[in-house]
Ligand binder design. Structure first.
Ligand code: SF4
Length: 194
C-alpha cells in the first residue's frame, strides 16, 4: 500500500472511531442527564399516604400545615388513595386488626414506594406492650425510615422526608426493592447451582 493510501485509510479509521466515541459520550451524557432528571423529579414530588391512627397523625397535620409547610420539599400532595401515592407515613398505633389493612394498602401503592414509621408506636409498639398492638410495623411491611419520638417533632418528620429524598437522588433502592433484588439474586444463584 502506498504512503498516501495508508494515510487516507488511517484518517478514515480515526474519524470513524472519533465519531463512534462522540456518539457514545453524547449518549452517555443524555442517559445520565435523564436519570438525574428522573431522580430529581421523583425526589421533589413525593405523594404521601398518611396512615394516621392516633396522636402522631395530629402531629403530621402540623407538618403539612402553613408553619412547617411540607410543600417546601414537594411532599404536600397528601393522597388518601394508595394508587396515587408513593410514600406511606404510618403515624400512630397499629393494632393486630389493622395490620392486614395496612399491608393491603401498602401493596396497592405505586412502585417504587417508600415507607416512614413515624413515632414510637409505629416503630416498636411504643408503650403499648399488649397482645393486640403490633410491636413495630416492619413485621408486616418494609420500612425505610424510622422517626423516633412520642410524638416526633415536625422537624424530625421533615428530616425523615429529606432522608428519603437523598436516597432517591443517590439512586438507593427502597428497602422493599432491595429485598426483591436480593431474592432474585438468590433464586438465580440457586438455579445456577442446580
Ligand atoms: S408515638 Fe406517642 S404520640 Fe405517636 S401515636 Fe404513639 S402514643 Fe401517640
Amino acid at each position: 500500500m502506498s504512503t498516501n493510501k495508508r494515510l487516507v485509510s488511517a484518517l478514515t479509521k480515526n474519524s470513524e472511531e472519533d465519531f463512534a466515541l462522540e456518539r457514545l459520550i453524547v449518549t452517555t451524557k443524555a442517559d445520565s442527564f435523564l436519570e438525574w432528571a428522573k431522580r430529581w423529579g421523583q425526589s421533589n414530588s413525593l405523594w404521601p399516604f398518611p396512615f394516621g391512627t392516633a396522636c402522631c397523625a395530629i402531629e403530621y397535620m402540623a407538618v403539612v400545615g402553613p408553619k412547617y409547610d411540607a410543600s417546601r420539599f414537594g411532599a404536600e400532595v397528601v393522597r388518601f388513595s394508595p394508587r396515587q401515592s408513593d410514600l406511606m407515613i404510618i403515624a400512630g398505633t397499629i393494632t393486630e386488626k389493622q395490620a392486614p389493612i395496612l399491608r393491603r394498602i401498602y401493596e396497592q401503592m405505586a412502585d417504587p414506594k417508600w415507607v416512614i414509621a413515624m413515632g414510637a408506636c409505629a416503630s416498636s409498639g411504643g408503650f403499648y406492650r399488649a397482645y393486640h398492638v403490633v410491636q413495630g410495623v416492619s413485621r408486616d411491611i418494609p420500612v425505610d425510615i424510622y422517626i423516633p419520638g412520642c410524638p416526633p417533632t415536625p422537624e424530625a418528620v421533615l428530616q425523615g422526608i429529606m432522608q428519603i429524598q437523598e436516597r432517591i437522588k443517590k439512586g438507593v433502592s427502597s428497602y422493599a426493592d432491595a429485598q426483591k433484588i436480593e431474592e432474585d439474586e438468590l433464586a438465580l444463584s440457586t438455579l445456577k447451582a442446580e
